[in-house]
Design a binder for this molecule. Structure first.
Ligand code: ATP
Ligand code: MG
Length: 270
């Protein structure tokens, strides 16, 4: 039996086949890698491990028994996984931008069999949790995204139409002119936690999307595939990303099991 492991900055993802040959996906917090290696010890039938991610070496060092390990670099594993997931979803295109919104964000250009890392930003899922925690005191990811969903941004973000009052706007008036920009202009008041969280989420989503769109334009591709656990169960973030991508005349693609491309790729690499 074999298992693919993607040990990331925040979450360690596992991909393996159950007795029915179906792919099973799970994740553990990366700050408790011991839980991962305990899990493996409790599954003695696992003989081969496909391993990737920034914390792969740490996982390897914690493994109690000697297993056959197949290491693959993170970007290779991710792309391998994405190609597999695209086929599973019946998608038929092989030129696209792939934006992996993990703890940080890294952006790849897939062109047939080849791919390159073309960009990235430190704004990612870690920023979402970090800024949310800093501004509201809420650290729990699920609570953050649940509350963000009910928030509104218009009293905190400054829109283009807020600047061009009573005039025609040079670009769509509803675009964000300055994330959090109203805070520095209007008199400060207490904003509901939901609104702060929605605005943090908006900032993260818009930065990632802006960069992805620019790289799509530079490389002349239409499709942008957004992956990473940050998108998991987060319809509000996906909406920010999708709306802005579509506004810029690109096509956003979301795969199921967003966060597991790397683990799937590591599994397939065995
Ligand atoms: P990197 O690839 O940058 O090393 P990673 O692989 O750990 O990091 P992902 O697992 O793709 O990154 O995404 C991590 C992000 O997912 C977190 O920063 C957080 O925003 C979000 N997230 C989703 N579910 C959870 C969860 N259960 N616990 C913590 N974070 C979660
Ligand atoms: Mg990752």
């Amino acid at each position: 039996k074999a298992i693919g492991i993607d040990a990331g900055g925040t979450l360690t993802k596992l991909a393996y086949e159950n007795e029915f040959g179906e792919l099973v996906l799970e994740h553990f917090p990366s700050n408790d890698l011991q839980a991962v290696t305990d899990w493996i010890s409790n599954h003695p039938e696992i003989e081969e491990i496909g391993l990737t991610g920034g914390r792969a070496e740490q996982v390897k060092n914690l493994l109690k028994e000697v297993k056959s390990i197949h290491y693959i670099v993170e970007f290779e594993a991710t792309l391998k996984g994405v190609r597999y997931q695209l086929i599973q979803h019946g998608h038929q295109f092989d030129r696209s931008i792939i934006t992996n919104v993990g703890t940080g964000t890294s952006i790849h250009f897939m062109d047939g069999e080849t791919h390159n890392r073309v960009g990235g930003t430190g704004i990612g899922g870690g920023t979402l949790v970090g800024l949310a925690a800093l501004t509201t005191g809420i650290y729990d990811y699920h609570e953050i995204i649940k509350k963000a969903q009910y928030g509104e941004r218009q009293e905190i973000d400054l829109l283009v139409q807020d600047i061009y009052q009573g005039m025609d706007t040079p670009i769509a008036g509803t675009l964000t002119a300055s994330n959090f920009g109203k805070m520095g202009i209007d008199e400060t008041k207490n904003h509901p936690i939901e609104n702060i969280l929605a605005t943090v989420q908006g900032l993260v989503g818009e930065v990632i999307t802006t960069l992805s769109i620019q790289l799509a334009e530079q490389n002349q591709v239409e499709h942008i595939i957004y992956i990473g656990t940050t998108l998991n169960e987060n319809e509000a973030l996906k909406k920010v990303i999708a709306n802005y991508t579509i506004l810029k005349k690109k096509t956003p693609i979301f795969l199921e099991d967003h966060g597991f491309s790397g683990a799937i790729g590591a599994f397939l690499n065995i």
